[in-house]
Structure formats: structure tokens, C-alpha cells
Design a protein. Structure first.
Length: 160
């Protein structure tokens, strides 16, 4: 009877080891380690490289009409300078967005409200204009983006 018990324990240990090994192998094939998530936040340099890799070159100066810079928007919000790539990051105290012009149409690629704000309404395009409204207890801020010369141009309006 002692040998039967030893054989049962050995069989159970072998089955447990095989099941554990199979689970580890499957997780390894899926790319997710046992000790934590496989995803990690991108660094600023990785984001810059990804944006540069995904962005077409600037339009030629002969095909780009002169565009007057928009006046400073109300509320002290100042959009960042537009790159010549057709893509633009617009940061405000209420949130941020990335807009892209393609074929004269603007499209919001992403939008993120700042802490204390939420997205009230969004029209991501592609269209002749795209907009997003950020809302908090203190008021609303609307960012409308249009294309001018292949570059996104924001207009920021605060609604208190």
C-alpha cells in the first residue's frame, strides 16, 4: 500500500509540473510575463520617433499659401507652434488634442481632458472642421480645428 501512495503522489506532482510548465509556455507565447503587464508607457523620445515615422514630409513652399497666425485666444490659452508636417498638438489647461490635415480635411487623432475636466462633445472629422469640448465645474472650453495650407489651425473658445 505504501508503493501505491508514493505512485499517486508522484503522478500528482508530475501533472502539476506539466500544467505549470504549459501555462508558463502559453503566457510566454502571448507576450505577457507572469510578474506584470507587458505594456509600458512610451518615453517622450519614443513618442517623438513614432510621430516622425508616421508623418509625411512638409509640403513644398510653392504649394503652401501664406497663412496669417490666429490671434491669441481668450482665456490665456496658447496653442503650440504648428509643425510643417500637417500634424499639430494643441494643449490647453482643459485638455490636449492631436489634429492632422490630410487632403484639406482635418481629423482629430486623439483628445485627452486635463484633470478635473471631461469631454462633453467631440466631432473628430474628417471634415472641413473638427472640434472637441472639454467641460468642468468651472466652465467649458471648445477647441475647433481647421486646415490652412495643410496645417491644422486651432481656434479656442472659453465658455464660462
Amino acid at each position: 500500500m505504501n508503493s501505491r501512495l508514493a505512485l499517486a503522489v508522484a503522478g500528482w506532482l508530475l501533472a502539476a509540473a506539466l500544467a505549470t510548465g504549459t501555462g508558463v509556455a502559453v503566457l510566454g507565447l502571448l507576450g505577457r510575463p507572469l510578474t506584470g503587464p507587458a505594456e509600458r508607457p512610451m518615453t517622450a523620445e519614443e513618442i517623438r520617433l513614432a510621430l516622425a515615422r508616421d508623418t509625411p514630409g512638409p509640403p513644398s513652399p510653392a504649394s503652401t499659401p501664406a497663412v496669417a497666425a490666429p490671434a491669441d485666444p481668450p482665456g490665456g490659452e496658447t496653442p503650440k507652434a504648428a509643425p510643417a508636417t500637417g500634424r499639430r498638438l494643441v494643449s490647453t489647461g482643459a485638455g490636449s488634442l492631436i489634429a492632422r490635415c490630410d487632403g484639406g480635411l482635418v481629423r482629430l487623432q486623439s483628445w485627452t481632458p486635463a484633470q478635473g475636466y471631461e469631454v462633453d462633445d467631440v466631432d473628430p472629422g474628417p471634415d472641413d472642421r473638427a472640434r472637441v469640448k472639454f467641460e468642468s465645474d468651472e466652465g467649458r472650453l471648445e477647441v475647433e480645428v481647421r486646415c490652412a495650407g495643410g496645417v491644422p489651425v486651432p481656434r479656442i473658445t472659453r465658455h464660462d
